[in-house]
Structure formats: structure tokens, C-alpha cells
Design a protein around this ligand. Structure first.
Ligand code: AHM
Ligand code: MG
Length: 332
């Protein structure tokens, strides 16, 4: 049997992997492990929904009724409901901030963990059978257990994350996560319905040949971004842009590459959300040897001010990110 770098066989189930990791910490209470299992369960449920999305369209499309006479909802709304329900029923989460909800969702105040989630990222790809993903970040609350969760419990820097990851609904479904001791990937084995270890201790190459940016915005970008794009072309890099952050990031982390979502005059903070998109991928990137920055500081050191705050993002292979942001003029 193939042994992974961690000494656990490739094919180890996620449950067993989490348990083995927990045993390395004599002080672990098991709550975080349970929360990770809840997330995996939510991922499997959303995966099921994603896989039948074409069929839902056949039966009437969004806004119509399904065969049971239930209202059909857009898949990102369905994913939000499924994810929230899984965390609520799991009983380890006191609050959630989600891309789909303006305000904090309050769960059991007697729990220690808060979660920030983008239940289904890559909205433009949801209806057209292109890879999409779920992104999650986990923090320990600051306020006392038992009290009502406050905004300060959620508005923590990315450096305070205790775990983060994503589920990629692609040609196969993968769950990739970190608790700050490397990045590990698990592939869903559909006949077993289990995530099994397929990629342990993932390393992002420090250089790569892929750049990912929405070049349709070329004329909106600052001159330094245009200069960087020109350089990528001169160096004959490959342009790859799915338009699903999780999928673009995952490919670049595995093969070596850079993902850019810059600010523009119209969107001075870019498009992507700090709490439930950028911080999680920043944590994963750094744990695999890559970088994540807003052009001026590590993504994970930004102090969030609001729940749905946006930030520019430069993410991926360390040398590529360093090179790109070295072009930013001191005046910006
Ligand atoms: P979403 O959360 O509404 O799906 O938006 C985030 C997505 C990212 O997944 C993707 O990388 C980016 O937006 C694409 O944006 P654009 O279409 O402007 O290139
Ligand atoms: Mg999103």
C-alpha cells in the first residue's frame, strides 16, 4: 500500500485521518475534529445537489416546482441552507458568516467555533456545468462561551484561523484543508461516499507557467497590472481562467501559477471577499509554500472591518506573486 509523506496510507478516510491528527494533541477536545467532519458532510450533501443541477433545470428551472411540489431554489441558496444546517446539527459552531447572508447567523452560543463560508463560489459557472467550490474558514470565538456571538468574534485576522479549506466540485470532488500543519487533499470516493486521502502535504511550486486573471478588464487595470500581463505574454506563460476562484487556485497550487484579482477605479477593493474567500485560500497557500497578498501586506494580516469586506488578491506560487507585486509603484 502506498504510504503518504505523513506515514498514513493513501486512501485513509478523512475521518480516520482527522482522528489520527487529533491524537497528536493531548489537549485536543475533539470539537474541531467534529466540526471538520460536519464540513465534510456538508460538502457531500452539496456535491449531491451540484451533480443533479442539470436535472433540476429539466424539471422546470429555478423559480418553478420540483416533482415533490417543492419550490426550486438557486443552487447557491440551496448550498447555503445545506451547509448551515450541517453546522447547526453538528453542534460545534456558535455562529456563521456566509456570502449568502447579510448578517451573522447565530447558532448554539455554548460552542467555541465560528465559521466563515462561501457555500458555492463561482456563481457564473453554477448553471453551466463548470467547476465550482465551497470555501470555509474556522476561528475560535473571542467572547465568552455561552454569550451571544459579537462581530468581533468574526472580524478576526486570517492569522487567527484554526482551520480553513475548500471543497472543489470538479472532474472529481476534493476536500482540501489545513489546520496550520501543512495542506492535505482528500478525494471523494463516490461508491463509498467517503473522502479519502489522495494528496498529503501539498507543495505549491515556487514558480510556474500559468497566470490567471480576467483579462477582459485589461483597460480597467492599473498600469503595473497591464505591465505584468504583458510580461507574462512575453515569457510565453499560459493564460488559464475558469472564473471559479477555488478551481483556478487549486490548479495553480498543484501546477505552479498566479491568480490575480486587482482593484480598479470602479472597484477600489477588487471583488473578492476577505473573510470567506481570501483568508481561507491565503492560509492554504501559505501552508503549501505559496503566498497571498493584497499587494501591500499578507492577506492574513489585514484587520477586517466589516463582514463582507473586499480586497484585491494576488495568490499562488511565491516567486510569481513576489514578482507581480514588485511592479507596484511606491505611490500606490
Ligand atoms: P462569487 O462569489 O459571486 O462566485 O464571485 C467570486 C468569483 C470567483 O470565484 C471568481 O474567481 C471571480 O468571482 C470571477 O470574477 P469575474 O467574473 O469578475 O472575473
Ligand atoms: Mg464567492
Amino acid at each position: 500500500m502506498n504510504k503518504s509523506k505523513l506515514g498514513l496510507p493513501i486512501g485513509t478516510t478523512l475521518d480516520r485521518f482527522i482522528k489520527r491528527k487529533e491524537e497528536e494533541f493531548s489537549y485536543a477536545t475533539g470539537e474541531l475534529s467534529q466540526l471538520l467532519r460536519d464540513i465534510a458532510l456538508a460538502g457531500k450533501i452539496i456535491n449531491k445537489e451540484v451533480n443533479k443541477s442539470g436535472l433540476l433545470d429539466i424539471t422546470g428551472g429555478v423559480g418553478g416546482k420540483n416533482v415533490q411540489g417543492e419550490d426550486q431554489q438557486k443552487l447557491d441558496v440551496v448550498a447555503n441552507i445545506r451547509f448551515t444546517r450541517a453546522l447547526k446539527n453538528g453542534g460545534m459552531t456558535c455562529a456563521i458568516v456566509s456570502e449568502e447572508n447579510r448578517k451573522i447567523i447565530h447558532l448554539n452560543p455554548n460552542c467555541r467555533y465560528v465559521a466563515a463560508i462561501d457555500p458555492l463560489d463561482g456563481s457564473s459557472n453554477i448553471d453551466v456545468n463548470v467547476s465550482i467550490g465551497t470555501i470555509f474558514s474556522i476561528y475560535k470565538r473571542i467572547s465568552p462561551v455561552g454569550s451571544r456571538v459579537r462581530e468581533e468574534d468574526i472580524l478576526q485576522k486570517g492569522t487567527e484561523q484554526v482551520a480553513a479549506g475548500y471543497i472543489l466540485y470538479g472532474s472529481s470532488t476534493m476536500l482540501v484543508y489545513t489546520t496550520g500543519r501543512g495542506t492535505h487533499g482528500f478525494t471523494l470516493e463516490p461508491s463509498l461516499g467517503e473522502f479519502v486521502l489522495s494528496h498529503d502535504s501539498i507543495t505549491c511550486p515556487e514558480n510556474g507557467k500559468i497566470y490567471s486573471i480576467n483579462e477582459g478588464n485589461f483597460y480597467k487595470f492599473d498600469p503595473w497590472v497591464r505591465e505584468y500581463i504583458e510580461e507574462c505574454k512575453q515569457n510565453q506563460l499560459s493564460a488559464r481562467y475558469i472564473g471559479s476562484l477555488v478551481a483556478d487556485f487549486h490548479r495553480n497550487m498543484m501546477k505552479g501559477g498566479i491568480y490575480l484579482y486587482p482593484n480598479t477605479e470602479k472597484d477600489p477593493n477588487g471583488k473578492l471577499r476577505l473573510l470567506y474567500e481570501c483568508n481561507a485560500l491565503g492560509f492554504i497557500a501559505e501552508q503549501s509554500g505559496g503566498l497571498a497578498t493584497d499587494g501591500h501586506q499578507r492577506i492574513m494580516t489585514i484587520q477586517p472591518e466589516t463582514l463582507h469586506q473586499r480586497t484585491p488578491l494576488y495568490l499562488g506560487s511565491a516567486k510569481m506573486v513576489e514578482k507581480a507585486v514588485s511592479l507596484i509603484p511606491a505611490t500606490l
